[in-house]
Design a protein around this ligand. Structure first.
Ligand code: UD2
Length: 323
């Protein structure tokens, strides 16, 4: 399936991943209908998209079936990015996380089935693997989430597979590993890279939860967008694929790298208690995505950080000398 001229629906369109994906889809010539309840998403993220005449935005909630049925007309593909996205917040509010992620996704699948949508690509997460010691994490290994957020993502993956098997819907789950880049918010519940960049701009020390030996396979947003487009164009269905850079970095090394790249090595690193529900090591085997989708990450963590910092400085008129 070629995405140009397709009718595409993006949930969570005003969020970090949804808005980046939408800009690329519009650029490729797709018609995009965007949905967001603007709880976490921001209209500011749609500044570019709103310039396209083949873009429509609808404010609404994926838990509202009538809202979805009203706007689902001749949709070819759904990219489902709307979610309750924070591990620590899911620990504080497991019911809300369950409601948005599981009930919202089931609602979306039901609406898709009723309206004969052809394909759904779901934003899953590396959190479904939990803390099992085997590394790298491969799709076939046991999945034992250790946070409510991880449980919801795993349940949604199962729903994607069941809707493929039982109702013949074409579904794919992409397990993103710690995505970062432009438009990620600097809020206490956001990704660590956005939080640390905020600290750097404010000339404040970085805080590491734990000893900094935990590792993550940070993945640049442009590679995640690439993976989604490849998945949309591919005929596979009912599959689950890891999407990552495929190389881990320890949190302490990441902190040092960010300080070095921004010329802020004078700032310190403080250590705080480990975060409940935190996974120690996360590192992806991406051979399946490479083989099936021909996915090839183009950004190492350092390249991604540079691209992100340059975008940030330009966007907010900040004068950081990127090394
Ligand atoms: C999880 C998922 C990720 C994505 C994300 C959505 C894993 C391995 N990853 O990310 O794929 O779904 O949830 O939110 O489950 N940290 C600090 N200082 C800070 C902030 C964070 O040290 O100021 C640490 C944190 O304790 C953790 C690491 O940084 O060890 C990454 O945290 P995060 O919140 O960026 O992402 P994480 O791994 O919970």
């Amino acid at each position: 399936m070629n995405i140009e001229e397709k009718r595409i629906l993006v949930t969570g369109v005003a969020g970090f991943i949804g808005s980046n994906l939408t800009d690329r889809l519009l650029n490729l010539g797709a018609n995009v209908i965007g949905v967001d309840n603007l709880f976490n998403g921001r209209l500011e993220n749609l500044e570019e998209a709103l310039n396209y005449k083949h873009f429509q935005f609808h404010k609404g909630d994926i838990r509202d079936l009538n809202f979805l049925l009203d706007i689902f007309k001749d949709i070819d593909i759904i990219f489902h990015e709307a979610a309750f996205t924070s591990v620590p917040q899911s620990i504080k509010m497991p019911e809300s996380c369950n409601d948005v992620n599981i009930n919202g996704t089931l609602n979306l699948l039901n609406a898709a089935r009723k309206r004969d949508v052809k394909k759904i690509i779901f934003a899953s997460s590396s959190s479904i693997y939990g803390d099992t010691p085997t590394l790298p994490k491969i799709e076939s290994m046991p999945r034992i989430p250790i946070s409510p957020y991880g449980v919801t993502k795993l349940t949604c993956e199962s729903y994607m597979q069941v809707f493929h098997q039982v109702y013949g819907l074409n579904t794919i789950s992409l397990r993103y590993f710690n995505v970062f880049g432009p438009r990620q918010q600097d809020s206490p519940y956001s990704g660590v890279i956005a939080i640390w960049l905020g600290q750097i701009i404010k000339n404040k020390n970085l805080i590491i939860f734990g000893d900094g030996n935990q590792s993550r396979d940070f993945t640049y947003i442009k590679d995640v967008v690439q993976a989604n487009i490849l998945a949309a164009e591919n005929k596979i269905s009912g599959e689950i694929l890891n999407i990552a850079a495929g190389s881990p970095i320890k949190l302490l090394d990441l902190a040092k790298l960010m300080l070095k790249l921004t010329n802020k090595e004078d700032l310190g690193i403080n250590f705080d208690l480990p975060r409940p529900g935190d996974i120690i090591h996360s590192f992806a085997d991406i051979s399946k995505a490479k083989e099936v989708l021909k996915f090839q990450p183009k950004y190492t963590q350092e390249l991604g950080l540079r691209d992100y910092f340059e975008w940030y400085c330009k966007k907010y008129g900040i004068n950081l000398k990127i090394k």
